[in-house]
Design a protein around this ligand. Sequence first.
Ligand code: KIV
Length: 271
Amino acid sequence: MIRANIVSKVTTHILQGMKLKGEKIAMLTAYDYSMARLLDEAGIDIILVGDSASNVMSGYKTTLPITLNEMIYHASAVMRAVSRALVVVDLPFGTYQGNSKEALHSAIRIMKEAGANAIKMEGGKEIIESVERILSAGIPILGHLGLTPQSIHKFGTYVVRATDKKEADKLVEDAHLLEIAGCFGIVLEKIPAKLGTRVTKELKIPIIGIGAGNGVDGQVLVLHDMLGITQKFSPRFLRRYHNLSEEIKGSVRAYIDDVKSVNFPNEREQY
Ligand code: KIV
């Protein structure tokens, strides 16, 4: 059995095999060289250069302001660090919703200028023409349904999506459309666990959840959230594996004390 953690490079083909074998897929975000290197060395399957960079790297309230050039900057840094994980890059808001020609141009820039392995796009039926055009150029796409943060102004809130039948039916229909078009996987964000399981069973391609329960094929979290660097964001789906914000502040306070008390540098730390 080929296990993803011993392959030299994770591909969309490997991910498909993992779904077939019931091996779960682990995905995290990264936006810079140093973090991406650590994630890759630790054996993560997929690194997402998410447009959540808009929040955690740039301090914006939503994912809308980040530009294509900024995404390419982050993605290029990640690509220089990664040798094993599949690297997926978000197409940012406003670079693919207009028309499919513009969408293809944006996707090509990410693949060419950053050297990414695949792109991610939010939406179903509304963007299917762009999805098909990008796929026809040989660019792998990861879909994204459920809570799609680029549409936050339409939703008006970050509450759980698809809790009613109408929205759940549309989500299932969109998921099938994306699979038929040729997407290699779909991210489902903040939806009822039962719906996540249903989509996972109905579709052949891998389904990666973030707040979509444990019946999906894999999980994704925003790195800064799971490491406890972000402090105020605490949705139910988030498991914090560390409290880095306190550790970092503690180290910085110790450094400040050492500098002020002339305890740093000591004899061994100077020439
Ligand atoms: O931008 C991002 O980090 C994402 C994940 C939340 C899936 O889209």
